[in-house]
Design a protein around this ligand. Structure first.
Ligand SMILES: [Zn+2]
Length: 390
């Protein structure tokens, strides 16, 4: 007991010292030619040091272009344009993608990048050599790295804002024509269910909302997967909803689920994606397959929409759960070709399993199809509200 009382002042001094040391470590000095100080950048210490990209951009004079909605930040170092996205381990320098050992962190509206990885990538990309010294907490920039002044274009900021207004929704009824999609236990074709629900959804939106809707098909025709997203992109869609019905060998499988593109996939999700991508074989010609590498690229390209896609997917599940007597299978990720190239928040909804005899029966009834369309419609309403708040 006595020993503890004696130790207490010593412990508190050690504790105070550690706070002081930790405080000193919260910034790193950036030095230019002849060791002139250019400025200090905030850092974070986790398993390694991270530097604030916002500060680094400011110090170099190029500033940083931040889009809080997409959680992307662009800075210029030397003449390189560097794009970073929150919670992603990839950075894009000019048009080349590099992978870092750790993800980018966002804290208090600042984006932090692992220092060693970041400067390594810069030198691999051909930047001047920079030296990092963690004993003096300083980074000495190569002599060629000059402060530059680059005005931030206000017009771009306005354009960015308008880019998010929910004015056009692309609704994509899966399959069609020579591609029936999944076939139900009693012969129901997926392509008919998806078109029927899509048309009901369009009617509800047009009746109640001031939003333009575009169907990728409004009759029983075959459309290539890539043409569906091409249309969505060329029409400047702000939300892409691909509608499908699922099928499984196990006839007991049932329920509704909503997918977003991503590399975090489980076996069942992979099977669903493989089935939905199988139409590529019918397309013939030189349609590219979605390789793992292409999926990673697509996931990075879509990191800016990932929040929107995830939010909308969650709302779809929530609204369906309110109305449908079926199993909520949740929001999932997988590599769907039809989603890969959409430049907007996008989801793929599996309305239910037509391979399950009782679910097939439900999916054929107008009442059930109407409940499905209403659920998606309500999810759009909720989603629009979240856009207005932010
Ligand atoms: Zn399908």
């Amino acid at each position: 007991m006595k020993l503890l009382i004696l130790l207490r002042p010593i412990l508190s001094i050690v504790f105070l010292l550690s706070i002081i040391i930790a405080k000193n470590e919260q910034s790193i000095t950036i030095l230019g030619e002849n060791n002139t100080m250019l400025g200090k950048a905030d850092i974070l210490k986790k398993d390694q040091y991270y530097i604030s990209v916002n500060d680094f951009g400011k110090i170099l004079g190029s500033g940083s272009f931040v889009n809080d909605k997409t959680e992307k930040i662009v800075i210029y170092v030397d003449s390189f344009k560097i794009k970073l996205s929150n919670n992603i381990a990839f950075i894009v320098v000019d048009e080349t993608i590099y992978q870092m050992g750790n993800k980018i962190i966002k804290r208090d509206n600042e984006y932090y990048v692992p220092i060693d990885d970041f400067f390594n990538i810069l030198s691999v990309h051909g930047s001047d050599s920079h030296s990092i010294d963690y004993t003096t907490m300083s980074i000495t920039l190569g002599p060629k790295t000059k402060k530059i002044s680059k005005p931030i274009v206000v017009a771009d900021l306005i354009k960015e804002k308008n880019k998010w207004k929910l004015d056009t929704i692309i609704i994509d009824p899966g399959h069609g024509g020579k591609d029936p999609g999944a076939i139900g236990y009693r012969g129901t074709k997926e392509k008919d269910i998806t078109l029927d629900v899509a048309k009901r959804l369009v009617k509800k939106i047009e009746r109640n909302m001031n939003i333009n809707t575009i169907l990728t098909r409004d009759e029983d025709v075959f459309i290539r997967l890539e043409d569906r997203t091409k249309l969505a992109n060329s029409e400047n869609g702000k939300l892409f909803i691909s509608i499908h019905a699922n099928s499984a060998e196990d006839r007991r499988a049932n329920g509704f689920e909503t997918y977003m593109i991503g590399t975090n996939k489980n076996a069942a999700a992979v099977r669903t994606a493989a089935r939905e991508n199988a139409v590529l074989d019918l397309e013939g010609g030189n349609t590219k397959k979605l390789t793992d590498e292409a999926l990673i690229k697509a996931t990075i390209a879509q990191s800016g929409f990932a929040n929107g896609s995830e939010q909308f997917a969650a709302l779809v599940q929530e609204e369906m759960n309110k109305r449908l007597q079926s199993k909520d299978r949740g929001v999932k990720q997988a590599g769907f070709y039809v989603l890969a190239y959409a430049s907007m928040p996008n989801v793929l909804i599996e309305l239910g399993y037509i391979s399950n005899p009782s679910e097939e029966k439900k999916l054929k009834s107008s009442q059930y199809k109407d409940a499905l369309a209403t659920s998606i419609y309500r999810a759009i309403e909720q989603y629009q509200k979240t856009l207005n708040v932010n």
